[in-house]
Design a protein. Structure first.
Length: 277
């Protein structure tokens, strides 16, 4: 987590502390408390979420081109060159954001670093299960000897197939993200309808002197409390739905931080606009 993310999280924690202070100091003033709660939640979730999003985009770009690089190394090794020389030759190719990394590996090899060490450092810089497993397999292949070109081609093809199956898996799960968002919107609309239609009519029935008010187990002070509870539920539901969307998107809760911030803050703003808070 970089300094910007840490600053955002720190400000978010401060906002939550201020929200707690307003809640305890000014009993019943939920509006200010909710303002700081939502602000704090957004500050806590958005900076790390953006940082993770940028890192994941970089990692995905590297992972998508790494099998292509391994295949080019395999092609270069067909002429009897060893792995170190094959990597140096293949590093001249264009692999998008991966190009800088493979050029760094080739440069380390030229400086006398062993090919195993250079590849291990590459895996450490881009520490994901896919990269680590792929590079470890290449290192073991180099140590064991044999037909280097054939084995590297097999590794490249297998890793491509693995990536395809993973994309297919999560592309099918992403359709459920739409269902989660729609469910949240439906719940939010239900709360809005209660605020605009049901609670005002109930308040009219609960005016002092109205004989019908005795039929209810509520009083006029109960309605704002119910509205505040529903507001809190909307915020919590937004955060939970956001994190679940992240899990369905790529299997990680961290990916749901931005979803959670957007859904929770959007739901709260909608309630502010309709006067439900």
């Amino acid at each position: 987590m970089n300094r910007l993310s840490l600053s955002g999280v720190s400000l978010g924690v401060v906002s939550l502390i201020i929200a707690l202070y307003f809640h305890l100091r000014f009993s019943g003033n939920y509006s200010l408390s909710f303002d700081f709660i939502v602000l704090g939640t957004v500050m806590i979730l958005v900076p790390p979420g953006l940082d993770d999003l940028l890192k994941r985009r970089r990692i995905k770009a590297i992972e998508s081109r790494l099998p292509d690089f391994i295949r080019d190394v395999a092609e270069a090794s067909k002429f009897g060159t060893n792995l170190a020389d094959s990597i140096t030759v293949a590093s001249e190719g264009q692999y998008g954001i991966l190009s800088g990394e493979v050029k760094k590996v080739a440069l380390q090899i030229r400086w006398g670093v062993s090919v195993d060490e250079a590849l291990s450092q590459f895996a450490a810089r881009n520490n994901t299960p896919f990269v680590v497993k792929l590079i470890s397999t290449v290192i073991e292949c180099n140590r064991s000897g044999g037909n280097l070109s054939e084995v590297l081609n097999l590794i490249a093809n297998t890793s491509k197939e693995t990536q395809f199956l993973t994309r297919e898996k999560y592309s099918q799960l992403r359709s459920y993200i739409i269902i989660i968002v729609i469910s949240y919107v439906v719940f939010l609309l239900t709360v809005v309808i209660l605020d605009l239609q049901f609670f005002p009519k109930m308040a009219q029935q609960l005016v002092p002197g109205n004989t019908a008010s005795s039929l209810y187990l509520l009083n006029l002070t109960s309605i704002p409390e119910i509205e505040n509870i529903l507001t809190g539920v909307v915020i919590i539901q937004g955060i939970g739905s956001g994190f679940m969307s992240g899990v369905l998107g790529d299997g990680r809760y961290l990916s749901g931080m931005l979803y959670a911030a957007v859904l929770a803050s959007a739901g709260y703003v909608v309630l502010l606009l309709v006067g439900g808070i």
